[in-house]
Design a protein around this ligand. Structure first.
Ligand code: SF4
Length: 364
């Protein structure tokens, strides 16, 4: 039987746990021991008894996408039906005003893999947003979008990122990782860029000192081993980032949302249990000691479970998302405003602090 004290000392000594140690912890160790170890690592990395959160608005600038991921109800093919949209300047301006009124200063820009938009479209969008709202921070375009833009524009990933950064991109969300296993991706997201493409975009972003986050969507066709391999790959990417650059600022995992999806139609999948969600938070904290923050996805697991996750290794509650369309369209239905967020964190026994995307304190 594995001794959690030994693993604790190993991590405090600067060593990473092996895949087998992670598997043993996840499968054969009691949840109480797992959570206790994750809690210790959390306070070793973030000693203060406080939990961060932020306010942002998720702007889905287009739902047109050629990828057709089986878990996604949000996208549609170009001209397929009346649901297809691309936001114009007027609508983008409205979004900046909405987020400011709500006390936020950040937009999370994400869309589909549009078959026609090249780099210039994205440069114009980012420039326009910075022009009309110079203080706004743009956390924009996940790795699959970057890889897609680069391919469509016949320029390298590096050049794509350099040009987008110059146009106003502040940070890169870790979207589109799902499970970094091509075996699984070939089934659930057959037309999405591969896991090595996700990795390459992140490595380039880190070299350019663009801060990022890392994500995982679990609870579909992947094995526990593949989840652990995913975490180990993230740890390696983080280890290789140039010194002094932000790299992955946080990791966020969430259970796949299945309502009305093709994935649920084709496979008999059970919802992820509450205990498993908490174990995923804990194992992430333990396996990723070089990633500063573990975020809990209250939007998908709900407020009550999110509060418990703060005792299992998480130190960040993510965003009060004024608007979210992607996971909501597959069943995520929880809602939160800033007052509720603060009381939720306090109720769980922590002090809330509002942050920016880069984990600096929010100005307001
Ligand atoms: S998840 Fe993203 S890439 Fe996949 S179909 Fe939906 S919009 Fe397209």
């Amino acid at each position: 039987m594995i001794k959690t004290n030994t693993l604790h000392n190993k991590i405090l000594g600067g060593e990473f746990l092996s895949l087998e140690e992670g598997m043993e912890l996840y499968i054969n160790t009691s949840p109480a021991k797992l959570f206790s170890l994750a809690g210790k690592i959390r306070f070793w990395i973030n000693p203060e008894r406080r939990v961060s959160w932020q306010t942002d608005l998720n702007v889905n600038y287009t739902n047109v996408c050629i990828s057709g991921c089986l878990f996604c109800n949000f996208h549609c093919r170009l001209y397929e039906n009346e649901r297809s949209f691309t936001l114009g300047e007027r609508e983008l301006k409205d979004k900046t005003e909405i987020v400011k009124r709500a006390g936020g200063n950040q937009l999370l820009l994400q869309g589909g893999l549009h078959p026609h938009y090249r780099i210039e479209y994205y440069e114009n969008m980012l420039r326009y947003l910075k022009e009309i709202s110079p203080g706004i921070r743009l956390n924009a375009l996940g790795p699959p979008e970057i890889a897609h833009i680069s391919r469509l524009s016949s320029i390298s990933i590096r050049e794509t990122l350099v040009r987008l950064k110059a146009a106003g991109l502040d940070s890169l969300p870790g979207a589109g990782a799902e499970i970094l296993s091509d075996r699984v991706r070939r089934i659930i997201s057959p037309s999405k860029p591969s896991s090595s493409s996700w990795e390459n975009v992140m490595r380039e972003a880190h070299k350019l000192a663009i801060g990022t986050t890392a994500t995982m969507v679990y609870g579909h066709l992947e094995t526990i081993r593949e989840r652990l391999e995913h975490l180990m790959l993230l740890r390696k990417i983080q280890q290789d980032k140039p010194e002094g650059t932000p790299g992955f600022r946080a990791f966020i995992g969430w259970p796949v949302q299945l309502k009305g999806t093709k994935l649920a139609e084709r496979f008999r999948l059970s919802p992820v249990s509450a205990l498993e969600n908490l174990k995923m938070v804990a194992i992430s904290r333990i396996m990723l000691p070089n990633v500063p923050h573990i975020q809990v996805s209250w939007l998908t697991i709900g407020e009550d479970l999110a509060q418990l996750a703060l005792h299992c290794g998480a130190d960040d509650m993510g965003s009060v998302m004024i608007e979210e369309n992607v996971v909501s369209s597959a069943g995520a239905s929880f809602k939160m405003d800033s007052e509720k967020m603060k009381s939720c964190i306090r109720e769980a026994g922590f002090e809330p602090w509002q942050r920016n995307q880069d984990y600096s304190p929010a100005e307001n």
